[in-house]
Design a protein around this ligand. Sequence first.
Ligand code: HEC
Ligand code: HEC
Length: 434
Amino acid sequence: MWPLLLALLTLSAFAQDTEKDLALYVEMFQLKALKAPIKKNEPLRKLGLRLFYDIQLSGKGNISCHFCHQQGAGMGDALPLGLGEGAEGIGAKREQLSGVLLGRHSPSVFNMGLDGVNTLFWDGRVSKNAKGWITPEAGLNGENPLYADIAKTLDSPLAVQALFPIANPSEMLGQESKLTNIQAWRAAEERIFNGKFKATYAQMFKAAYPSETKFNIGHIANAIGEYQRHTFLAVETPWDLYLRGEKNILPLEAKKGAVIFYGKAMCVNCHQGDHLTVFGFQNVGTPQIGPGTKDGDDLGRFDITGNPGDKYKFRVSPLRNIALTAPYMHDGVFKNLWEVIEHYNHPMHSLMHSSFNYEGNSYREKLVKDDRRETQMARAQNMANNLPRMLGLSDEEKSALWCFMTVGLTDIKYQQNLKGVLNENPRCNPVLIR
Ligand code: HEC
Ligand code: HEC
């Protein structure tokens, strides 16, 4: 009787400590829930929906955004590395066939249209500043862009992003294509405005932009942006509800995990702010696999800035709905969140020794990790100063951290999709679905 009572007392004392610690972190880091975007142009969103699924946006009429960003795969494709034009199938069911093995993992597109998200792609190559857009296409950039008609139409970084898969030979344009960006965009305009569904689109563009008569690829991109902004949302997670005052909705195990995230594990060194990132760039020593961007290597942010300090840096990832978007990192090297946690527990060991086995996917060539040893060394040497080199997390702490990311950060609408993974951690209770 007594030992049991004692155990119960200490347990609840622990629980209280957790509550207190978490409240302290929320205050200290001024954490706030995310907010859904307010303004919505429904005809524009509908137009975007149609375009997101329209293969006419691709050079050979064989691929749409949806092929690589699929609902059932957490808005990615659930593959470590994306498969480009020439591959067949949708999302995780893609088969490589004659398709290009892309150098990077297809990221999820949740929350990419929210306030505060001004930097897109793993290397942040689309963003904006006070002067205008910053993109890989000089003709769109700065105060007086060459393609002013397009640049002045674009309404958000998310819209700007949509231009680039369309003009990318490996993704949507067609592997053999030699068109420049602007030629690829003009050709896409032609297929949408004068193609098979000309009349339907004419009506839809008119409804979406009642005061305009001339349309270009910028209008197309805005619509795709508006669709993603209002459709792929994760702002009702137990974590957001907790931050809005529903203190009991977050399971205790997830609260413990949050305390570790902001405390012992120092994830907050980089994953700060309301999105759990402020979209800066860091090198966390992610092991490189696959073709990379050049010769099997991927220098990340360096390729955009040319600044040697940026070698191997990638954008600090936002983490809402993260449990739905495996595999992880810019090259999809980690199969699940346990592997991500193991990585952070001892990054150098993970970089040099993590076993890597992607049996059972549809790649022509096997993805192997060990042939990258030289570049892994270079990554190791440039690892972030604020990345703890050894966390020493216990199994209980790993479980809690996993629970915070899995149950805590998954939108209530999608908690049912966690059924499969929750078996992996009996300590982590699901949240009731409303
Ligand atoms: C062939 C697969 C493929 C297709 C088709 C594709 N994407 Fe992607 N998408 C990717 C990959 C891979 C990346 C990451 C590339 C990088 O960061 O270098 C990406 C990145 C993105 C991002 C940035 C997300 C972030 O976290 O910054 C958005 C948004 C996005 N895609 C939307 C779209 C839209 C809209 C379309 C259609 C116009 C599209 N994608 C077509 C594979 C694809
Ligand atoms: C030094 C900065 C830094 C620290 C500390 C850090 N992260 Fe990250 N995190 C990043 C960067 C940068 C990426 C993207 C890396 C890449 O793509 O190779 C990332 C990616 C991730 C991803 C994968 C996101 C995706 O969409 O694939 C998860 C999950 C994650 N971090 C969780 C954590 C957790 C949990 C901790 C604490 C144990 C942590 N991070 C600590 C910078 C950091």
